[in-house]
Design a protein around this ligand. Structure first.
Ligand code: COA
Length: 170
């Protein structure tokens, strides 16, 4: 019984993370305090054309986790999700899906995804963490757009990610 409870307290935080922002990092910092283990799952979103490859995103996130979550390293894993999220979760025996919810405009999309995932695998529960007010407006796409036009994005993404982004854009 105790073992079952332990197993249930693992969550996956899936996303495109192209690139990871302070918004995502806020969700991670709060999730590691709630769950025994957190898997950050880098996935493809068929509607997006990512700037960074899956492997680049994996190494950027791993590096950032080492820098920011030193205390929680043993609780965090970064993985690439190939294919459906629900299949990944079933394979890993993880049934909690964590998503950040920024504002009402996110709600419909997130609600639809959580319903579809539940239909595909009824064991899966999606948990939403509301964004902190000061991080509500952050979006990976807007960060990329601002950087492309030469703007300062250091308020939205960590400095190491800023460097990768500038290098990529060049
Ligand atoms: N604070 C601030 N910003 C946040 C945030 C937070 N707490 N959480 C997310 N964001 C922003 C991100 O920067 C991102 O911005 P963008 O849209 O400009 O890129 C956006 O909100 C959400 O993106 P992200 O969390 O990176 O992922 P996503 O919405 O692209 O993720 C997947 C969707 C990957 C989870 C989904 O496509 C998936 O599960 N794919 C796997 C395949 C699958 O199973 N598909 C069927 C799904 S039903």
């Amino acid at each position: 019984m105790y073992l079952n409870v332990q197993k249930r307290n693992i969550a996956v935080f899936p996303g495109t993370f192209d690139p990871i922002t302070f918004g995502h990092l806020d969700v991670i910092s709060r999730s590691v305090k709630i769950f025994d283990k957190l898997i950050i799952g880098i996935a493809e979103n068929s509607k997006k054309k990512p700037l960074f490859s899956l492997e680049e995103r994996l190494s950027m996130i791993e590096e950032q986790i080492q820098i920011m979550f030193d205390r929680y390293l043993c609780k965090i894993e970064v993985r690439i999700i190939n294919g459906l999220l629900v299949d990944f979760m079933q394979r890993e025996k993880v049934f909690i899906n964590v998503r950040g919810l920024r504002m009402s405009s996110d709600f419909l999309y997130e609600f639809q995804m959580s319903c579809i995932n539940k239909k595909l695998n009824p064991q899966i529960e999606t948990i939403f963490l509301p964004s902190l007010e000061e991080k509500q407006f952050i979006s990976s796409s807007l960060v990329k757009e601002v950087a492309l036009l030469g703007g300062d994005v250091s308020k939205f993404i960590p400095k190491e990610i800023v460097n990768y982004l500038i290098k990529k854009i060049k």
